[in-house]
Design a protein. Structure first.
Length: 404
């Protein structure tokens, strides 16, 4: 819960703000621990709009997490304690109320003697990625948190750049799909009904293609609302099952990997992310098994993630990573397994993993370009064929009348 307070800080200056606590009594105790004398304290009552906004903004924005990681790493490397670092950042982010509250909550837990990982885990202002918290935990225990935070920020920045590139590349095909749907809907909703009325008045026998188009137009006109409701229900049910049913998600992820070209792009994207993250963690002193487990948790495809987690168990039992992956060679790919084996033979796994990640990201960039170059003309051809078929279906009876 979030509590709003007013009062005087330890320097005697008037101050107001928000504090996170599980109850009013806990909020008061935390303020007293800061030597803060409060005049008033009450639970913040947010409007419906702010509640909805907070629900949407629960996950920490990628940009905020990147900037905080870099700044915390810079302060720690300069010799500053994590407690002092968080307090400084709280002052810097005063204009961003939610981030300021996030840092304030972390500062409170640190003052209580908790570790930085524990503070991140206990606060409820932002939801942080699991792999991020676990990376902080391991690096904090090993005393290399500054290095790991910099590398995490670099990794998230690179992923953000790749996502932006893909989004920009998909903009034009997406726009084309919207135009196609709009044009076809306009033909069925406006043009076809008007011409249909003329044919009905003339009582002329219509060609099969014309009857089909008229029937499709009538069906869409009568069922458009039902189709809209069914589409919304389908999307909602699909999203719910993807989140709540691991078996359903596993089945969908398996199907995705079998799609020609697109499945290859997804596979290389996931393996590239795994290789990049694993190299990052190993360079930071994280043991290989922990690195594999943490790296597999950032993957979106549950099939590849499960394979890598099983491989981590085999590595614990004494197997090498390349040998552990051999049973899934058909899915993972012989190239990836041989690259890992080469890294193990030369005791240079992090560098090999980095090279594999770079290679896969570049390869995916080329494949996405090919996919989009094929998609654009196919979309234009589809729109042309559909609209052309509608026009022909409407003109055939008119030509028949003229010939008659």
């Amino acid at each position: 819960m979030i509590f709003k307070y007013k009062g005087f800080n330890e320097k005697g200056k008037k101050e107001s703000g928000n504090i996170e606590a599980s109850s009013l009594e806990e909020a008061k105790l935390r303020l007293k621990a800061r030597s803060f004398i409060y005049e008033s304290i009450s639970q913040e009552q947010a409007s419906l709009f702010h509640k909805l906004k907070n629900l949407r903004a629960k996950a920490v924005p990628n940009k905020v997490l990147i900037n905080l990681s870099r700044e915390i790493a810079a302060y720690i490397r300069s010799g500053m304690t994590i407690v002092r670092t968080v307090k400084l950042l709280s002052n810097q982010y005063k204009d961003d109320k939610r981030t300021a509250l996030f840092l304030s909550a972390i500062g409170t837990y640190l003052d209580e003697g908790k570790s930085f990982y524990s503070a991140l885990d206990h606060q409820s202002v932002y939801t942080l990625p699991h792999f991020y918290k676990q990376s902080v935990k391991v690096s904090e225990e090993r005393g290399v948190m500054g290095v790991v935070l910099v590398e995490l920020a670099r990794f998230m920045k690179e992923q953000e750049r790749l996502n932006k590139e893909v989004g920009a590349a998909l903009f034009y095909p997406g726009f084309m799909i919207l135009v196609a749907v709009g044009a076809i809907s306009f033909m069925f909703a406006v043009v076809v009904p008007r011409i249909t009325d003329i044919f009905k008045q003339m009582r002329q026998e219509l060609p099969p293609i014309t009857e089909f188009v008229i029937g499709a137009g009538d069906f869409m006109g009568a069922s458009i609302q039902l189709m809209g409701v069914l589409l919304v229900l389908f999307v909602a049910a699909f999203a719910y099952l993807m989140k709540s049913s691991s078996a359903f998600k596993y089945g969908v992820d398996t199907l995705i990997l079998k799609i020609p070209l697109f499945g290859s792009i997804v596979k290389k994207s996931e393996l590239g992310r795994f290789a990049y993250m694993n190299a990052l963690l190993m360079r930071s002193g994280v043991p290989m098994v922990q690195g594999i487990n943490l790296s597999s948790q950032i993957l979106k495809n549950s099939v590849i993630s499960t394979i890598l987690q099983k491989a981590a168990k085999k590595v614990v039992e004494g197997s090498s990573l390349s040998a552990a992956l051999e049973s899934d060679e058909k899915l993972i790919g012989i190239g990836f397994i041989q690259s890992v084996a080469l890294g193990e033979e030369t005791s240079n796994v992090p560098d090999v993993m980095s090279n594999v990640a770079e290679l896969y990201f570049e390869d995916n960039k080329d494949k996405i370009g090919i996919l989009l170059s094929l998609l654009e003309p196919m979309l234009m051809l589809f729109v042309g064929v559909v609209i052309g078929a509608i026009v022909i279906a409407m003109l055939l009876p008119i030509f028949s009348m003229n010939i008659g």
